[in-house]
Ligand binder design. Sequence first.
Ligand SMILES: C[S@@+](CC[C@H](N)C(=O)[O-])C[C@H]1O[C@@H](n2cnc3c(N)ncnc32)[C@H](O)[C@@H]1O
Length: 172
Amino acid sequence: MSPAVRPRTRAELRAARRPRAHRCWGHLLAAPLWPKYGVNLGTLLRTCDAVGACLVAPPYPWVDDALARGNTLRRPTCVHRTGDPIRWLTSERERGARLLGVELADESIRLGDLPAARGRTVMVLGHEAEGIPEEALDLMDAVVEIPMVGSGMSLNVAVAGSLVLYRLAGLI
Ligand SMILES: C[S@@+](CC[C@H](N)C(=O)[O-])C[C@H]1O[C@@H](n2cnc3c(N)ncnc32)[C@H](O)[C@@H]1O
């Protein structure tokens, strides 16, 4: 008797995907602008590919190497580089993008209430230890929080970013 659930083959998965790698739509941007650990950038890059988002990284010298090592897809991915993060966020706001902070904050909306992104949306993630700096929080149009019931204070930043990206992309 064949099993009720049969995982798809690689050929079936490939047929269901876009024929080409990500074309920059500039619609959904994941912005870990104060990263501490390169491994989290690699994980986020993979989620960006899965949902059709771009990754926005700050100009730290080690970031290129971290992204090259983290790109286990071995295909080109869409990475934008900023200058100063606050100046970049300000210019995104001025050009009409919606800035969405991902942070545990009193004013946050819950992930389950977050609608899919309609226009250009920048999802901003915080530093692994210190979160999103205050002057960046002041620029946000909204902040989203992923509810937790465990004893840990927060999620890994790449896990948090991936959950929010899926929601913004309208895939969950
Ligand atoms: C490890 S957390 C930052 C630590 C936290 N601010 C603190 O002081 O304990 C790193 C980043 O992950 C994201 N994050 C982690 N868990 C989250 C959650 N439950 N809801 C929303 N964002 C979360 C936020 O962007 C946060 O700035």
